[in-house]
Design a protein around this ligand. Structure first.
Ligand SMILES: [Cu+2]
Length: 371
């Protein structure tokens, strides 16, 4: 009896929790109401089966409880029971899968009026690219990816000249405009996910994936990476701002084209050692977490770092000099910068970043990161 009551409490409790819990869908901000419907159908089918099985189990534990002298009846087959269980299960599974197929068919077939933009994912941030006035995204080559060419644009493709490059994890989109989203990854598997849009898609190194959607509600929505993609996966966040057409146009006009970005790079002249340090910073992955332009990704920016004072988590101050940088790389948890969690920065031994590399890195910081 106690077991039967316990089972019933689980069933009733689960149903009550489902309807009264505060953790329900956020308000939808795209055209994908169909995806919500699919999820709700799955909830209803699974919920009904869960309640039926739970109540049946409670009933059986009570009805067939131990009684003195009672004997179990062995019944290996029951064709009628199996037949209608098969029919009901089939109906349930079809009800869950068929709507998904219909929505999926729509999800990967963008309407003719859809414009394109590209999401470039990399450990652990996002970047965006829009076709320029010609409406065509220029071709890219992974071999071209570098600090000065963050999207790997090809020099020999004129279609890329006017591409608008958003070298930041914040992007704006105009309301009501359908977009075909093209996804690329620079390193490992990531997944572009904006919960309010009810839309997500893997970005896979070596191929371009896509889906489409129309933003339908003005606001600011967080982008999260929905694929465990390395140690700082949880910090891989960005923002989509859905704007009025005028606000979007104003923002868009301020973003550089590839031609502007390339020509605007003040070709800073580094000493040979600093130039090598710049390459070390890039190839050792430091720039996945540190930026040179003041934006904060996973770690503190390197802009203005060298020679300044840094506040540590315990409130004390430290001069950023050679010894501090060496310690930060070899024993990152010895001094932790205020506002950052210990253990986030990888410990680099001499087998990964040699003493010579470190010396070059410091030369680079000295030349590039001085205030
Ligand atoms: Cu990721």
């Amino acid at each position: 009896m106690a077991v039967a009551i316990f089972l019933l409490i689980i069933v009733v409790g689960s149903v009550v929790f489902t309807f009264w819990s505060p953790w329900w869908f956020s308000e939808i901000a795209s055209n994908w109401g169909g995806i919500d419907t699919t999820v709700l159908i799955t909830f209803w089918v699974c919920g009904a089966v869960f309640v039926a099985i739970g109540v049946f189990m409670a009933y059986c534990t009570w009805k067939y409880r131990h009684r003195e002298g009672a004997r179990a009846d062995y019944q290996p087959e029951n064709a009628r029971l199996e037949w209608w269980l098969t029919v009901i299960t089939t109906i349930g599974v079809v009800a869950m899968l068929a709507p998904g197929l219909i929505v999926w068919d729509d999800y990967v077939n963008p309407p003719d009026e859809a414009l394109e933009f590209e999401v470039l994912s990399q450990q652990w941030t996002w970047k965006f690219r829009f076709p320029g006035a010609d409406g065509v995204l220029g071709t890219v080559d992974v071999a071209n990816l570098s600090l000065d060419n963050p999207f790997g644009m090809r020099e020999d493709d004129p279609a890329g000249e006017d591409d608008v490059l958003v070298n930041s994890a914040e992007v704006h989109l105009p309301i009501g405009q359908p977009f075909k989203v093209l996804l690329r990854s620079r390193d490992v598997l990531h997944d572009f996910f904006v919960p309010e849009f009810r839309a997500k898609m893997d970005s896979v190194p070596g191929m371009v994936t896509y889906f489409w959607f129309t933003p339908t509600k003005i606001g600011q929505y967080q982008i999260i990476c929905a694929e465990l993609c390395g140690m700082s996966h949880h910090t891989m966040r960005g923002w989509v701002h859905v704007d009025t057409e005028e606000d979007f146009a104003a923002w868009f006009a301020n973003q550089p084209t590839w031609a502007e970005m390339r020509d605007g790079v003040t070709r800073k002249v580094y000493t040979a050692l600093a130039q090598r340090g710049r390459q070390v910073a890039e190839s050792s992955g430091c720039l996945a977490c540190h930026t040179l332009d003041g934006t904060k990704v996973v770690g503190p920016t390197w802009q203005g770092l060298w020679g300044g004072e840094q506040t540590l988590a315990d409130g004390s101050k430290v001069m950023v000099d050679e010894a501090y940088v060496i310690e930060s790389v070899r024993e990152p948890n010895a001094k932790v910068v205020e506002g950052f969690a210990p253990g986030t920065m990888i410990t680099y031994g001499a087998d990964v970043v040699s003493d010579d590399d470190l010396e070059a890195l410091i030369a680079f910081l000295r030349e590039d990161a001085a205030p």
